[in-house]
Design a protein around this ligand. Structure first.
Ligand SMILES: O=C(CO)[C@H](O)[C@H](O)COP(=O)(O)O
Length: 217
């Protein structure tokens, strides 16, 4: 079974969490793209979606799914998104696709966060995947120096501008023993918009695509 087939299986399995006549929160990435395809098959049973990126918005609209502005929505039952790494406590590193800030906002509004991954994403300790940090452009060098003080090696993701007009620093060589604490410490650096640790708001359920089928954690 290929990695993409495992992503697809996880994406389609998330449909069972979607309730009729609700607005669904939709993440970003190749696993979520499979979920959006699945959502398209039940588009007449849902009200629509709130999206976490321009890329997901475009795909949702192309399938005829109505996309709402988050400011016009007070309730999202379920938010479905992928991850770059997930540990045994359902803490995640996200932002490989640079959509971390909008993802975190939509996740904060949602009642439930369903994480969909293939089995290469499960780890014991977060940090092998470089931690993305979205930064206001003028603060890039300052934030990078502060991230070095926290033990990381930040690398500017050249050529990438987020949907919010900011830049990304990918922080290498972190061994994240206390994800909740590090999430707060990085957020406290002036100039940081968001970091890709989703620990204080982790996933409520994880669907893992494996060669033996989809496992729910
Ligand atoms: O956080 C993300 C985007 O910002 C994605 O969820 C993460 O990068 C996983 O992507 P994929 O499903 O393509 O492996």
């Amino acid at each position: 079974m290929t990695q993409d087939e495992m992503k697809k299986a996880a994406g389609w399995a998330a449909l069972k969490y979607v309730e009729e006549n609700t607005i669904v929160g939709v993440g970003t990435g190749s696993t979520v793209n499979h979920f959006i395809d699945a959502l398209g098959t039940i588009k007449h049973d849902i009200k629509g979606a709130v999206s976490s990126s321009e890329a997901s918005t475009e795909k949702l609209k192309s399938l005829g799914i109505e996309v709402y502005d988050l400011n016009s929505v007070s309730e999202i039952g379920v938010y479905v998104d992928g991850a770059d790494e997930i540990n045994n406590y359902n803490h995640m590193i996200k932002g490989g696709g640079a959509a971390l800030t909008r993802e975190k906002i939509v996740a904060a509004v949602a009642d439930k966060f369903i994480c969909i991954v293939d089995n290469t994403k499960n780890v014991d300790i977060l940090g092998e995947f470089p931690l993305p940090v979205e930064v206001i452009p003028m603060a890039r060098s300052y934030v990078a120096r502060e991230l070095v003080k926290l033990g990381g090696d930040p690398v500017y993701r050249e050529g990438v501008v987020t949907d919010n007009g900011n830049v990304i620093l990918d922080v290498h060589n972190l061994k994240i023993i206390e994800p909740r604490k590090l999430e707060e410490q990085i957020n406290a650096i002036v100039g940081v918009v968001t970091n890709g640790l989703f620990a204080n708001r982790g996933a409520d359920a994880v669907l893992v695509g494996t060669p033996e089928g989809v496992k729910t954690l």
